[in-house]
Ligand binder design. Structure first.
Ligand code: ADP
Ligand code: MG
Length: 325
């Protein structure tokens, strides 16, 4: 009986791959159409699935029903969420002005995005955080390992050594505890993000921050023209969902950098806007705009946050890391 079948499947269907009667070719088509998880399938219409995966209406309906039956619609109590919030670690940036901007530091369980022009300090903060996250908890760190997904070939171990020495850590140890991967394309970058789970589960590494520098550069370079914009956004969305899931599941911080494009038609205010549009904006928990200030300083502005005010912090980039000005 149909009903029994659904109940029986309930125990084992955890991802699209587990759906009965769905082969690898269909999974690929579904995935390319943006149906990468049970949630997206459970809220789809049969017509949408037929459209992207070329399956029969009966199969589409069955797959949706099974996805729905297997979706865990967990309502968490406010108390449970408070307990989760209490586990959040705020990783110090080394600058008390910047820490104040974040009400303590860069949070685990969230995506923090810094966007700004070339030279504004996005990659410098990335290097600083790769070191700071390794400090002991009482010194503002997270006793953790950093993962650095480098898309622009700007990771510099020499810089890590400088910063590590300045905070009194053994630079050899610090370098060992940064797992760097050079992402060659956007697809490669997406895959690397998924593979971080292996470092945690298989290698048992205490990953406390994943840095993606830059989040958007490959996507921007590869998807040019209007026709491909939707596909780009869909992929960026998927990528950020993977990152957010890791942040949530393993209580780790995500630090991503983003470029700006100039808006020459804008006459008032700052003529810059972050790449990635609404997708990146909505998926980032904290959004910080970085710009150069007077006398070679930098100004960071909290642009969007679920619980923090819009404020600014001034700092400078020094050989030793970030310093207040
Ligand atoms: P982006 O936002 O493009 O990633 P970066 O983070 O690479 O920008 O910032 C580059 C700037 O950082 C340089 O122009 C310089 O002002 C500063 N910087 C880089 N290395 C050092 C260092 N060792 N000591 C002091 N400042 C540095
Ligand atoms: Mg950079």
């Amino acid at each position: 009986m149909e009903q029994e079948c659904v109940v029986e499947e309930k125990k084992k269907v955890q991802s699209v791959e587990d759906l009965p009667g769905v082969g690898p070719a269909t999974i690929d088509k579904l995935s390319n159409g943006g149906f990468t998880d049970l949630l997206s399938i459970s809220v789809a219409t049969p017509g949408e699935l037929i459209g992207v995966a070329d399956i029969s209406e009966a199969t589409a309906k069955k797959v949706i029903a099974i996805a729905r039956a297997n979706m865990e619609m967990n309502f968490e109590s406010g108390e449970e969420i408070m307990i989760k919030r209490n586990n959040v670690i705020k990783i110090s940036t080394g600058s008390s002005n910047m820490d104040a901007l974040f009400a303590g530091g860069i949070e685990t369980g969230a995506i923090t995005e810094c966007y700004g022009q070339y030279g504004s300090g996005k990659s410098q903060i990335a290097h600083v955080m790769a070191v700071q996250c390794q400090l002991p908890r009482e010194k503002g760190g997270a006793d953790g390992v950093a993962v650095f997904i480098d898309t622009e070939n700007t990771f510099r171990p020499e810089r890590i050594i400088q910063i590590a020495n300045a905070v009194g850590l053994d630079s050899d140890e610090v370098l060992k505890n940064i797992k760097v991967a050079r992402a060659l394309t956007s697809d490669h970058q997406m895959l690397l993000a998924e593979k971080v789970e292996d470092l945690i589960k298989k290698q048992g590494l205490n990953v406390r921050i994943i840095i993606v520098d830059s989040l958007t550069a490959h996507f921007r370079a590869e998807f040019i023209g209007r026709g491909t914009l939707a596909e780009r956004q869909q992929k960026l969305n998927k990528h950020m969902h993977v990152l957010m899931r890791l942040a949530d599941k393993y209580n780790l911080a995500i630090y991503v950098t983003n470029q700006v494009m100039s808006k020459p038609d804008m006459f008032f205010g700052d003529p810059t806007e972050a790449i990635g549009g609404h997708i990146v904006a909505h998926n980032s928990t904290f959004r910080v705009y970085l710009r150069r200030g007077k006398k070679n300083t930098r100004v960071a502005k909290m642009v969007d946050s679920p619980n923090l005010p819009e404020s600014e912090a001034a700092f400078s980039i020094t050989e030793n890391g970030l310093k207040d000005v």
